[in-house]
Design a protein around this ligand. Structure first.
Ligand code: SAH
Length: 469
């Protein structure tokens, strides 16, 4: 297929076309001659250019109104099997609208572009939405032998029929097709060298021929994601998308419960206890090695006192050969300290550090030494894991170390259940910090010597650390 053409009408669309190129680096930008100064391929007549591109089978991404594209291309619409993808994109990036070329992967293209623009693509194809795959436009290497039967076949699927799968096709296995051994419908995958399918192609049986040399190798994927502190508005679009498309979620029950509204029926939950991080990491790697698309779920940021480091520890220590090909991705999230800081202003506005008060993974001596060093260096400090049912004395000790070096008036922020039901955020002087103020769902921010509490109006105060000394 030709590289996609991003067709723009004016200079104002240059930024959006560059963003689209981030998703599709091979795409070329076509700009209207007198209106666009940036370096692009220029054209004089919009209608003629778009129609030429269309007839040449070039995917068209028009940064313009959907109506303009529709009217321009309308006279040429005759064969849906041949039309290239055509999409309209709003100039401000707020809408990605696939218009034509459903059989050439327009929805996948829309998803790719929408992901970089951080919007939801306006996908309207029922089969695609429901089954997350288009039977009519299989991935490279697969050819549908009996396309004329597909319409009835898909209508039956949409009406509730299940389908049995003969042969191997990861793109179908990982879709949301209702695959069942006793399915009324059949999909059969045959190899190019194989002369005859076992089943007869019909409205109840789609047959795909696969040319194994052209099939992109499928890889297991492991995404280590952070969901933010709790609330969905603090979850990144990337993490949402990964959670929605994963075949498996692995994580501590509480975190999986927080993400549950995003879980699709095809996604399996694998819950675990919060303490068995290494087992969980190993389990997730093994699942991904079976070519599944696995999301391992942490709250906050996955790299901050969470699963990402655990995965790399196991990967380094055990280095199983079957883990080598797994595509690993770490997707950041908003950490508890950031959410806490945002609630009260900018207490981490200058140099700061984070210290976990849990002495499960490191001895208390190391923790005490770090608190002292941080206090001496005049860092603002975020304390994670301040107190748990078993660990009740550490916070008192930490407070005593701090008071040797920092004023009893130092502002302290106690943030509990951020972004979750029952959120509380309180500010008090260091001298008044008490164990009862915290539990394992609390993050504590200790101000530096410069951290200040200011009054914006009666009843509205902020805590911030100035940027200069
Ligand atoms: N990866 C997480 C931290 C996990 S360690 C992150 O980046 O936020 C667990 C500790 O994080 C808890 O003991 C608490 O100190 C803090 N924490 C996590 N979520 C929190 C929330 N919603 N509200 C307050 N503190 C939270």
């Amino acid at each position: 297929m030709n590289p996609p053409a991003i067709v723009i009408l004016g200079e104002a669309s240059i930024p959006i076309s560059r963003q689209i190129q981030a998703a599709l680096p091979e795409a070329l930008v076509y700009g209207l001659a007198d209106r666009v100064q940036s370096i692009v391929i220029t054209y004089d007549n919009f209608g003629e250019t778009v129609r030429e591109l269309f007839q040449a089978g070039t995917p068209i991404i028009g940064v313009c109104a959907a109506g303009i594209l529709i009217r321009t291309i309308a006279p040429l619409l005759s064969n849906k099997w041949q039309e290239p993808p055509v999409l309209a994109i709003a100039e401000d990036g707020s809408a990605v609208v696939p218009l034509l070329g459903g059989l050439q992967g327009v929805n996948d293209l829309a998803r790719q572009i929408a992901a970089v623009l951080q919007v939801a693509p306006a996908i309207t194809t029922t089969g695609d939405i429901r089954f997350r795959t288009t039977l009519l436009s299989p991935p490279p290497g697969y050819t549908l032998v009996n396309p004329d039967d597909a319409k009835t076949f898909i209508a039956d699927l949409l009406a509730g029929a299940t389908v049995k799968l003969f042969g191997e096709a990861p793109w179908l296995e990982n879709s949301r097709l209702p695959i069942a051994e006793a399915g009324k419908l059949t999909i059969e995958i045959i190899h190019k060298s194989q002369s005859q399918p076992t089943s007869t192609p019909s409205q109840d049986c789609l047959v795909y021929e696969v040319d194994i040399d052209c099939v992109e190798p499928t890889q297991g994927k492991l995404a280590i994601v952070g969901t933010g502190p709790g609330s969905a508005v603090w979850m990144s679009p990337e993490v949402k998308q990964i959670l929605e498309s994963a075949t498996d979620w692995v994580g501590y029950k509480t975190y999986l419960d927080l993400a549950e509204p995003l879980r699709k029926t095809h996604t399996t939950r694998h819950e675990s206890d919060n303490r068995v991080e290494l087992d969980r990491a190993r389990f997730a790697l093994d699942l991904a090695a079976q070519k599944r698309t696995v999301a391992i779920v942490s709250s906050g940021d996955p790299g901050i006192y969470a699963m990402a480091a655990a995965v790399f520890e196991v990967l380094e220590r055990e280095a199983k050969s079957e883990w080598q090909e797994i595509e690993i991705q770490v997707c950041p999230g908003i950490s508890a300290m950031q959410a806490a800081a945002a609630q009260v202003g900018a207490p981490l506005g200058h140099d700061f550090c984070a210290i976990s008060l849990s002495d499960i993974l490191k001895p208390w001596d190391v923790i005490a030494q770090r608190i002292k060093a941080a206090a001496q260096a005049d860092f603002a400090i975020a304390f994670y894991n301040p107190v748990s049912k078993q660990r009740t004395w550490q916070l008192e000790k930490a407070k005593a170390i701090l008071l040797e070096l920092r004023s009893p008036e130092t502002p302290v922020v106690l943030a509990r259940n951020l972004g979750r039901p029952g959120q509380t955020v309180t500010v008090k002087p260091l001298a008044q910090l008490a164990i009862e103020d915290a539990d394992m769902r609390t993050v504590i921010l200790i101000g530096s010597s410069k951290t200040r509490i200011i009054q914006q109006r009666p009843g509205k105060q902020w805590v911030y650390t100035p940027r200069h000394y």
